[in-house]
Design a protein around this ligand. Sequence first.
Ligand code: MIC
Ligand code: SF4
Length: 643
Amino acid sequence: MGYTLAQKILKDHLVSGEFKKGNSIAIKIDQTLTQDATGTMAYLEFEAMGVKRVKTEKSVAYIDHNTLQSGFENADDHRFIGSICKKHGIYFSRPGNGICHQVHLERFGKPGKTLIGSDSHTPTGGGIGMIAIGAGGMDVAVAMGGGAYHIVCPEIVKVELTGKLSPWVSAKDVILEVLRILSVKGGVGKIIEYCGEGVKTLSVPERATITNMGAELGATTSIFPSDEITREFLKAQKREEDYVPLSADADAEYDMVVEINLSELKPLAACPHSPDNVKSVEEIGNMKIDQVCIGSCTNSSLLDMMKVAHILKGKTVHPDVSLSIAPGSKQVLNMLAENGALSVLIDAGARILESACGPCIGMGQSPNSKGISLRTFNRNFEGRSGTKDGQIYLVSPEMAAISAINGYLTDPREIGEMPEFKLPEVFTINDNMVVPPVPEEEMDTVEILRGPNIKPFPVSEPMEETIEAGVSLKVEDNITTDHIMPAGAKILPLRSNIPAISKFCFAVCDEEFHDRALEMKKSIIIGGANYGQGSSREHAALAPLYLGVKAVIVKSFARIHKANLINAGIIPLTFKNEADYDKISLKDELVLNNIRELIKNDGKIVMVNKTTGDEIELVAELSQRDREMLIDGGLLNYTKNNN
Ligand code: MIC
Ligand code: SF4
């Protein structure tokens, strides 16, 4: 039996574990990336591990999330990260150089290599044939120190693409269609592998749009083959030497097959408030809109921007609409300036933003009350835009641009004839905003610059014999990390200060959670299905840790968040019978008798609800390493104990 492409790369990087679906395996990591909002913690953790220089082939730190700097906090964090990079062997992509995933694809990603990044959209690298996985900061810190990355050996879903996209139907519509079919839970424990004739019709940036938003499926990652189109892209980035051809074996076996005929796809939009709430433009109708935002790591490539410029040329943004555009990288912005397209965008009335995450993470451009905003982004969770009742629709750049002109949601196929949009033969290359580290022999000359906002991370204790604690919060299905630890202009600057940021923990669900949890000292959270979907932010585990949360008991978990809980020493448990969720209420007193022993030896866990007298069976789906980590009180303690 042959192997799929993802299996081949994983097998090539296997460090330990039997390569069998569902088994816990460890893989060698070639590259890492961090961004500033998760990076400060990751580098504090890296420092705590005491490793002198990174052991990866390439590690890059990007500054792209917190670029408003409405106070000293973010600027201090940027300086801290910059100094850590210089000393410890990490490349530092300065603010202004662009969004991590866009820049990494352009300048550093290599087919066949493994990458983990402290950002859930790291799978963007799958567009260039990498196994690129989003992870918590601690996992990235361990990988920088040369440690392996641990995952459950995934199932592989084949998405067979046939046909060719019709004019003005785009890569965004492909991934929206996959989300419609599989849902935001459909990818958990799976890698999505794209195959078929249709693959050859998609450029690398288009492939990257698709793999990027595979994060919204909950998938471990997504991947495209590395072929002639990949070679052309790398050649245009003047790094053809990084090209290797890679594809699945003809007799590879998949766990599931999804077929999509590109020729039959129509323009789609994800409606509020979930990326899988997908409808066609016809179904939604010509809805009046208030705002359009173009950019983010999903849709900010040169190709996307050139399409937008073509649509906006000679037109004016509708008087009732605000249009903002953030090109994804310095390279993209610079090339738009060079070829005149920037002038077209400005002329039409677009508000040009810096090459950064910006409105995607609620850093400005929040829509008006109940405002309808079309965004080319990947997430439309409630409140993420910064406006609680904002109505966010996720669309393609083509649909966004024509709608901005018309003032209502418009089917881009109404634009008329579509010219051929081609990637340039050579991109404008200037890596002057990437600061290399100093040579190892000079590292002692580099001083680490810390600001007063950088507080140590909370210390977790080894697990107790028995946990007796009250329920500090009970929440429903599909809780996102944006609910657990919101971002946005007010909260994001506190990412290096866990005590301060904890005040906002779960505030969107229950404003009293913070005070209640602190008062209880020790507590347990109860949740529904797909708990913790979305971001890789480990703050969604570190804040609960700081507030005394000992266990989270839910119907099911999203992958990265579950790993972050384990890394923080918080026990992730699921109900054996989902109906038992109804047997627990806020403030009930729960007892996990002998839990340390049961976690250690994979025993049967029966929790007692002291308030009602109910006995509830729970499941701890954990690898041996996870169990040891939890006993030790998290990854940092575990790493120290095992060195
Ligand atoms: C996001 O899109 O939610 C973020 C902001 O990029 C996060 C990372 C973070 O919270 O810092 C992610 O996707 O992991
Ligand atoms: Fe940045 Fe948005 Fe991409 Fe997250 S999803 S990395 S906030 S652009």
